[in-house]
Design a protein around this ligand. Structure first.
Ligand SMILES: NC(=O)c1ccc[n+]([C@@H]2O[C@H](COP(=O)([O-])OP(=O)(O)OC[C@H]3O[C@@H](n4cnc5c(N)ncnc54)[C@H](OP(=O)(O)O)[C@@H]3O)[C@@H](O)[C@H]2O)c1
Length: 300
């Protein structure tokens, strides 16, 4: 293990941030979780403290980063998904505020940002989120198991209508692609539903989270005065998985050198291993990258 580091995690209780905190603590690093209402204690043993801060308070966040004596800062920030229409604006503001706070602070360690798969490039030079019929086409390509995972996740987070939408989406796709004896009876409804799904899944406000993550990448690309590293998780990121410790990382460029992140996935637990390896080894400074690993080892 490297020497014990002091790491700030912005967004410690989110699906990505919480795995990163677990991984950091298990390797003996000390963690400060920063968000509006961060946990004050952590279930796993280790040196953890929480500092409340709303990222709209640029000066407040900047002061915490200046005075925290941090080796690394990790952003696992995401805008709340309560109102889809506002997600893009709130997300861009949040990422922008974090950038201003960190540049105005005296912190000059390494900074890792967790963004989204929509920023990864295909071989034909188009980012996933700019592909035709995004994201309907790319939901349609997901295996059943990933749609099951997504609907369960929505139910777990109290988003019952979205969870039901995903279950119907899976059923309608199955009706069309793998018809049984009586499928034709329900085909008109399946086709109607898939038409509706396409309309909704290609609307800009539906993909606000994905577009604001791409805006965050644009904000950092070319910046030289910070040692940033931008991770876009793969398209099939799943939580409550298994930590296998196995992963591959792929550095992105417009020629599609990280296209594995569009086709494959990883468990959050293994993505946290990749992130903390980067905290310790700093191999991916000024790079946009993704990581993939084994999935499908449990229910999903
Ligand atoms: N496949 C993919 O590409 C994929 C999948 C999932 C996630 N992601 C990305 O991973 C990143 C993290 O997402 P996530 O799903 O882990 O997020 P999440 O579970 O929604 O957690 C978001 C965190 O941000 C904090 N936060 C939100 N607004 C804040 C504010 N104004 N001030 C301070 N803290 C604030 C929240 O804490 P408080 O409530 O305490 O403020 C929370 O800890 C995002 O960039 C997301 O796009 C990518």
């Amino acid at each position: 293990m490297s020497r014990s580091l002091r790491v700030a995690v912005l967004g410690p209780k989110g699906q990505c941030g919480s795995c990163v905190v677990d991984e950091l603590l298990s390797r003996g690093h000390s963690v400060v979780g920063i968000s509006r209402t961060p946990p004050q204690t952590w279930a796993k043993s280790g040196k953890y403290e929480g500092i409340p801060c709303d990222f709209n308070d640029i000066r407040g966040l900047s002061d915490i980063l200046s005075n925290g004596n941090f080796d690394t800062v990790i952003s696992a920030f995401a805008p709340p998904l309560v109102d889809l229409k506002s997600v893009y604006n709130v997300g861009v503001e949040g990422h922008g505020n974090i950038k201003m706070a960190i540049l105005r602070s005296t912190f000059r360690g390494s900074f890792i940002i967790i963004g989204g798969a929509g920023s990864l490039y295909y071989k034909h030079g188009v980012q996933l989120c700019d592909d035709e019929d995004f994201c309907f086409k790319h939901w349609y390509a997901w295996p059943d198991v990933h749609l099951d995972y997504m609907s369960t996740r929505m139910f777990d987070h109290g988003q019952r209508s979205f969870g039901t939408f995903i279950r119907l989406f899976k059923w309608a796709r199955g009706n069309r692609e793998n018809p049984g004896w009586f499928s034709w009876l329900f085909r008109p409804f399946a086709n109607w539903f898939l038409g509706l799904a396409k309309k909704n899944l290609t609307r800009p406000d539906t993909v606000g989270l994905i577009l604001c993550s791409r805006a965050a990448l644009t904000m950092w690309e070319g910046v030289q005065e910070m040692n940033w590293s931008f991770l876009s998780p793969p398209w099939q990121l799943r939580d409550k998985g298994i930590r296998t410790g196995k992963y591959e990382f792929h550095v992105d460029d417009s020629a599609g050198s990280a296209v594995q992140g569009i086709d494959k996935g990883i468990y959050n637990e293994d993505m946290a291993v990749a992130i903390v390896d980067e905290v310790e080894n700093k191999r991916l400074i000024h790079k946009h990258w993704t990581c993939t690993g084994p999935i499908g080892l449990k229910e999903w």
